[in-house]
Design a protein around this ligand. Structure first.
Ligand code: AMP
Length: 213
C-alpha cells in the first residue's frame, strides 16, 4: 500500500499496540525499529509516508482531535470519556474486547439514592445512572478500583471486565451491564477531508482485513 500524503497513526503501548500491529502488518505496514526494545516515541515504518506515534491511551483522542495524528487506535471506553469532539470513528477494529459494568459485592443495592460510585470512567458512570434518573456520588479514581468497595470508599465501582477474574479475586461480581467495549480507529476530521484518498484507502484496507478475521 502506497500513500501520497504523510500519514501519522497514534497508538498506545500495551494491549492495543500488540493487537493493532498484526492488522497493520496485514495491510503492508510495519515499524522499522524493534518494538520490544525501542524507546522511541515516533516510529518510522517500511512505508515512507507512514509514521507511528506511541502515546498514552487516554491521550490518543486528543492527538487526533488536534491533528497531531491523522489516525489513532483507542478503546471505546476512552472515547466515551473524551466525548469524541473533532473525531470520526470509521471502524470498529474488534480488538481488546471487553465490557463496562457496575460491579460490587453480590448483595449491593445499586438503586439506592446517592449511591457512591468509584470509577476511572466518570462520564460513562454518570451517563448510565443519570439515564435512569438516579442521583449518585461520583468518586474519580485512576486505578485499582476493586479496592474501593472493600475499604468502604464506595458502594460500587464502574470498571472494564474481560474474564471477571479480577473482580472475583477481590470478592466482587458484575452487577449491571453498561456497554460493550472494543478498540476503534479514529480519524482527524480535517485530515479526512484534505487527505481523503489516502484516508479512504487506509480504512478500506483495514476493514477488509477485519472482515476476513
Ligand atoms: P478481567 O480480570 O479479565 O475481567 O480483566 C479486568 C481487568 O483488566 C480490569 O482491571 C480492567 O480495567 C482491565 N481490562 C480488561 N479488558 C480491558 C481492555 N480491553 N482494555 C483495557 N483494560 C482492560
Amino acid at each position: 500500500m502506497q500513500f501520497k500524503t504523510p500519514i501519522t497513526i497514534a497508538l498506545s503501548k500495551g494491549r492495543i499496540f500488540k493487537d493493532t500491529l498484526p492488522l497493520l502488518e496485514k495491510i503492508g505496514i510495519h515499524p522499522l525499529d524493534d518494538i520490544k526494545t525501542t524507546r522511541k516515541l515516533i516510529l518510522d515504518t517500511n512505508q515512507n509516508n507512514v509514521k507511528l506515534v506511541l502515546i498514552r491511551a487516554t491521550d490518543v483522542p486528543t492527538y487526533v482531535q488536534w491533528g497531531a495524528a491523522d489516525f489513532g487506535v483507542t478503546g471505546k471506553d476512552v472515547l466515551l470519556e473524551h466525548g469524541g469532539d473533532g473525531l470520526y470513528e470509521p471502524l470498529d477494529l474488534k480488538i481488546a474486547q471487553c465490557q463496562l459494568w457496575v460491579a460490587g459485592y453480590p448483595d449491593a443495592d445499586t438503586h439506592v439514592r446517592r449511591l457512591r460510585v468509584a470509577s476511572k470512567y466518570v462520564q460513562s458512570a454518570r451517563d448510565f445512572f443519570h439515564a435512569r434518573g438516579q442521583q449518585i456520588e461520583l468518586i474519580k479514581l485512576y486505578g485499582s478500583m476493586e479496592l474501593a468497595p472493600i475499604v468502604g470508599l464506595a458502594d460500587v465501582i464502574v470498571d472494564l471486565v474481560e474474564t471477571g477474574n479480577t473482580l472475583k479475586a477481590n470478592g466482587l461480581v458484575p452487577l449491571e451491564f453498561i456497554t460493550d467495549i472494543s478498540s476503534r480507529l479514529v480519524a482527524n476530521k480535517a485530515s479526512w477531508k484534505t487527505k481523503h484518498e489516502d484516508c479512504k484507502k487506509f480504512v478500506n484496507a483495514l476493514r477488509d482485513v477485519i472482515e476476513q478475521e
